[in-house]
Design a protein around this ligand. Structure first.
Ligand code: COA
Length: 223
């Protein structure tokens, strides 16, 4: 009986989310490794972070100085050597770093928050991206910058479904609208409207994604 039900179950289609496709599959080494990564993340970080959603994976950590300041949604993956830094641990207004469901960050993400960095859902972050809500204060008449704990801080917000290209830098006070792209090596100093492609240093608008005349066609699938 159960065998025939199994037979009737529809297989994964192109519309099935990637994370759900494995459900009907046999257990493989890849699936086991993924399960272990999830379990390890929950054992190591689950009780320390502000919140941790289901099936989220944190790979090798470089710096996570105050886990209480970090809230992660479900199905998040952050690859090796990430830095999630609370710049003002004395200020206990948590969470300061919020990462939404389904967001994926490649290697060496650095996210610094003195007060607030919000990353939306399903954001793709390429390698070596810096997101910061603060600048150090260099005071010619005061403490050396290495010992000066003051920051100039403005909150950062990245909307849902954005793609941040390799080596992108997102500076304090920036809000990036949903469904936007930040080009490789770009330095974003100003707000980005939704559905925009920005690039360069400082980042400038290249095109709009909601303009049918400018929307790139998907590449043909080569078999
Ligand atoms: C931003 C990006 C998506 C734009 O692609 P596109 O829409 O095809 O843009 P085009 O190549 O037509 O370039 C349009 C203009 O923007 C400029 N431009 C494109 N990307 C740029 C970048 N990263 N920095 C500076 N200028 C850039 C181009 O020089 C061109 O300028 P011009 O009109 O004066 O000649 C792409 O260039 C990019 O940076 N991709 C990121 C890749 C990446 O980081 N991958 C990591 C793997 S997750």
């Amino acid at each position: 009986m159960s065998g025939s039900r199994e037979h009737e179950r529809p297989g994964p289609s192109d519309e099935t989310p990637t994370y759900a496709r494995g459900r009907g599959r046999r257990w493989s080494l890849g699936v086991l490794i993924r399960q272990w990564e999830i379990v390890r993340t929950h054992l190591v970080w689950g009780w320390r972070l502000h919140s941790l959603g289901k099936r989220t994976v944190l790979c090798r950590c470089c710096v996570l100085n105050n886990p209480r300041a970090v809230a992660l949604g479900s199905y998040v993956k952050i690859h090796n050597d990430f830095i999630l830094a609370d710049l003002c641990p004395a200020d206990r207004e948590y969470p300061k770093i919020v990462i939404g469901d389904g967001t994926m960050a490649m290697f060496r993400l650095q996210c610094n928050a003195a007060r607030s960095v919000r990353i939306g859902r399903n954001v793709l972050i390429a390698s070596n991206v810096l997101i910061t809500d603060s600048d150090h204060v260099v005071d010619p008449d005061g403490l050396p910058v290495t010992r000066n704990a003051k920051f100039i801080t403005r909150p950062v917000c990245i909307g849902d479904n954005c793609w941040l290209g390799q080596n992108a830098v997102i500076l304090k006070g920036v809000a990036i609208g949903h469904d936007s792209i930040v080009g490789a090596n770009s330095v974003v100093t100003r707000d980005v409207p939704p559905c925009s492609v920005v690039a360069g240093n400082p980042a400038r608008l290249i095109r709009r994604l909601d303009d049918p005349a400018c929307t790139a066609q998907p590449l043909p699938v080569l078999i």
